[in-house]
Design a protein around this ligand. Structure first.
Ligand SMILES: [Zn+2]
Length: 58
């Protein structure tokens, strides 16, 4: 699974499921980070209070 981290809204997206509803287009490219590292993603959620996107997480 590849994840897309939006550092502007502090949301985590699942790349294969991300769509228009995620509103990623409003985020500058340099504020988006792609990662395959689920541990890193979970760390952002637990330690930095990032949220999993309600549109591509279900
Ligand atoms: Zn999303």
């Amino acid at each position: 699974m590849k994840f897309l981290i939006d550092h502007t809204t502090q949301k985590i997206h699942r790349t294969p499921f991300a769509g228009d509803a995620c509103e990623l287009r409003t985020t500058p490219l340099e504020q988006r980070e792609g990662s395959h590292d689920e541990n890193y993603v979970n760390k952002l959620v637990e330690e930095k209070k990032y949220q999993k996107c309600g549109h591509c997480y279900d």
